[in-house]
Design a protein around this ligand. Structure first.
Ligand code: ZN
Length: 124
């Protein structure tokens, strides 16, 4: 029984580690971010989509406010200069990526969980 339990945990950990990327690639011309997962699969994400769905509190708030407004979309503040150009990408701990956008916005941490949810064709 003890053996079975620890076996299950190990399998779980193994599966979990495969769901993390070992690297990323930036496809500038296609405006896409590519992730290379440890299980050998690859995913591609549109930079514009990532920027539009920035997970930081500030952008979430902004999206919420916009969805509550009816119709008229007015660009405010940071939004005017919002870009999907990437200045830099770095790993954050073992759970995500931080994208530094060219306009200086870098609050959002895109977790691997989030990337997996976006591209669930690769994962069950
Ligand atoms: Zn943001």
């Amino acid at each position: 029984m003890v053996f079975l339990t620890s076996y299950t945990v190990n399998q779980e950990m193994l599966r979990d580690s495969k769901k993390k990327p070992y690297g990323f690639e930036l496809f500038v011309d296609e405006k896409q971010l590519g992730l290379n997962w440890r299980d050998g699969s690859k995913s591609r994400y549109g930079l514009e989509d990532l920027r539009r769905n920035c997970p930081c509190a500030q952008c979430k708030e902004l999206r919420l406010r916009k969805s509550e407004e009816s119709g008229l979309n007015v660009l405010v503040g940071d939004e005017i200069c919002a870009t999907s150009d990437v200045a830099q990408i770095e790993f954050v701990g073992r759970y995500g990526l931080k994208i530094h956008w060219a306009d200086g916005h870098d609050y959002g941490i895109y977790t691997f969980e989030y990337f997996r949810a976006l591209d669930n064709s690769n994962f069950d």
